[in-house]
Structures are given as structure tokens and as C-alpha cells.
Write a protein that binds this ligand. Sequence first.
Ligand code: NAD
Length: 458
Amino acid sequence: MSATSISRIPGLVSGLRHTFDTGITRPEAWRRAQLGRLRALLTERGSEFEAALHADLGKSGTESQLAEIGFLVSEIDHTLAHLSRWMRTRRVAVPLAALPASARVIPEPLGVVLIIAPWNYPLMLALSPLIGAIAAGNAVVVKPSELAPATSALLARTLAESLDPRAVTVVEGAVPETTALLDERFDHIFYTGSGRVGRVVARAAAEHLTPITLELGGKSPVYVDDSVPLAETARRIAWGKFMNAGQTCVAPDYVLGSAELLRELAPLLREAIHELYGTATHRNPDYGRIVNDAQFSRLVGYLDDGELVTGGGHVAADRFIEPTVLAGVSRDAAIMRDEIFGPILPLVEVADLDDALGFVTSRDKPLAAYVFSDRPAVRRRWERETSSGALTFGAPVLHLIVPDLPFGGVGPSGMGAYHGERSFTVFSHEKAVLSKPLVPDTLAATIMPPYTAAKDAL
Ligand code: NAD
């Protein structure tokens, strides 16, 4: 990665604004052409992206295809299939008092938008918002994460080659470059990452009254009761937790269950991990690495917070941590304070459903909550009594690939949502257009002064 020179940033942004003002990003044909080129880039040069993701995070080719490249290709296809409809002007009804008149909603692009991406899915989380921004007809700056330097460099090179360089620019760099970008005026900022930096972004955006989307994180709970098949439950939890070595914003963070249930679930989680990754995870190419030394040390510090059910092994030189399950974790242990964001799964005992609901609702609203229960009354209580970006029954993480489900957080886990049509609307302004003939002058007869007894009666 070579950081973009800070002195170039104001010029890059004003260049994009000039491009937007010329109108070249508005026609549907331009948007379609850009999305088509992005699709070709991902499919024809997928192996280069796989190599970059492997260099940054030790991601396996298959996981990169499934969770990053393939996801993006599906999103482009969905967008291309629906774009004409999304772009269409919508007629809306006019109340009697305003007739005769017609009213329409016209979606229009916002202008120049900034996308700031994190390192954990460094390709998908940079390009998924970009698909929406282009579909909506904007000029865009993409700022990939400096903590995934190979992917950042590849994005800078390939997007410049594949997309219209007048309208899409990659700025590479870390805090100084992002700070310089945030000094500029944008028409929308789409940020994915931690709440700490989300606040920095929100403060900078306030200076220009720029609308923002914040895709943040948090501790996504899992609740399991004895009404479900536990071996299958364990396999799904292990899958959601240990993909990308636990560095997934919607990864199950911890598991709540009764003492008896957790006693049964713990060995099944160990078996599930062995089924998915074998017993020699260190040598398994399907299992990822921790992004950097600071994250590695933070995670290793959690390993003493409970009794080891499985895992615990770690190799600093490789930033490798075995898929780990900890039992008997206390509610105020360090591992239960911050989002774990790594391959360690604490099992936390609750007395009953009330206790589980009380525990979850007393904390920050999470990005997702995952419930494994076949009891309708239990499911209903999670639906009614808890708030989270998403709530799923029977499978973690999967809601992400349903384009019509809004993807986003609530409260400390984020604001705004995207995916599918929402990725288009988040980068659009819905302009209200009203058109009323001057003759007959119904307004004079009804709502303009002088106010008369006849008008009072209306
Ligand atoms: P981060 O906030 O450290 O970094 C994200 C981006 O912000 C990077 O591009 C970085 O360059 C920039 N940045 C960092 N410090 C900055 C500063 N002081 N000023 C301006 N810009 C700055 O986040 P991260 O560590 O990359 O990501 C981890 C967090 O992101 C976790 O909490 C995770 O749950 C969350 N996350 C959320 C989603 C989602 O879709 N909701 C997806 C992935 C990650």
C-alpha cells in the first residue's frame, strides 16, 4: 500500500465534484457500464483478490469467493436486475385539498460520497457500498483499510483501471489521510468500523451537515434452549463464529444457555470445530489468521477468562489462535465487556429465558441476535422484547445474503442500513415534485385569505 499524498486530497475531491456537476454519472447507461466493469474485474481477476486477502488475513480462496467476491457478484447482479425500477419516478396520491395537481418522487444522486472501509472483509465492505453509490449515480471516494494493505493496494490499482477514473477514486492511507478526507465536504459518508472511529466520523460530518451511515459492531448474543437439535446448532454457531477467525462484525460473540444446556452443548461445539477445521487448525488452509499483533495480544489476554472446552493454542509469530470455546465465563469478565472480534467463544450461564432477555436488554443494542429455539413463545419474546440490527432464528450470519433484508445496526451498533434496494436509496435523495395548474385557481377559493365563513366550513 502506498498512502495517497495528503496534499492531493482536496484536488481529488474537487475533481470528483466537477465530474458529478457535468452529469456524466447520472444516465442509467453509465451506471450499468460501471457495474458491469466491476463485475468483470471481480470475476476475471478473482485470483488476484484471493491472493491479496490471503496475504492480509490468511483467508482461504474458498472463503474469499463465498464471503467477499461471490457476495459482491451476486449484489451486482441483483442491482442490474432491478436498477431500472429503482431509478423510476414514482407517482404518489394527492389529497383532495390540493387537487387538481400531480405529485411524484424522483430519486436523484446525492453528489460526491465517501466510503470508509474496515480490514476484516476488506474487499466486500469497500465494494458493497460502492455498488450502491454507483447505482445511485454518484461520484465516489473509496478509502480502504490500511490494516489490509495488500487488498488496499490492489483496489487502488484495479479500480483505477476498470472504472471511470473521473468518477471513482481510491484514497489509500491511515488516520492522517482519513482525517484529511473528513475535512472535505461530502454529500454522504458511509463508514464501516468501530464505534470509536464512528464518533470521529460523525463529528467531522456535522461540520458540513453531511448525512452519514454508520455500520458498527458490538457483542451479538446467541441464545440456545433445549427445544432444538444441539449437534446442528453447535455446527451452525461454530461456522458463524470461526469463519475469518472470528473477525466478522456479525459473528456470534457469546452463547447464553442454562447450565445443563451448556454442559451438553460444549462437547458438541468441540466436535463441530473438528468437523469444520480438523484438529490441526494451525495447518488448515481454510482457517484464517488474526489481522495484526495488537489484536492478537488483546485476544490472547481473554484466554484465561473461562475454562477451556477446546482450543486455547496460539502462535504469536503466525498470529494464529485456535478456535476456542470457554465455559463458565462470568458476566463481568473482560471478554464480556468489549466485542471479541476473534476466535474465542464464551459460554455464559443464565437461569432462564427471563435472565437471558434481561442480560441482553441491559447492554448495548447488538448488530445481531441469534436464537436457537423451536418454541414459538420463546421466539415471540425475542422479537418483542429485544432490539438488535437483525434477529435470526436457527442460523447466524445468513441474513446478510438476503438482499431485501436491511443490513445495519441500531443504537451503538450503527445507524442506517443497506443491501439490495436500500443500497440505492441510501445514496439517493428522494426529491418531492409537485405540479399544479394555475387555472382553475382552487387555492384562492379554498386556503388563501381573506378567510370567510365559507372557508371556515371547509
Ligand atoms: P476502525 O474503526 O479501526 O477502522 C475503520 C476505518 O476507519 C479504517 O479505514 C481506518 O483507516 C479508519 N480510521 C481509523 N482510525 C481513524 C481515525 N482516528 N480517524 C479517521 N479514520 C480512522 O475499525 P476496524 O478495526 O477496521 O473494524 C472493526 C470494527 O468494525 C468492529 O467493531 C466490527 O464489528 C466493525 N465492523 C462492522 C461491520 C458492519 O457491517 N456493521 C463490518 C465490519 C466491521
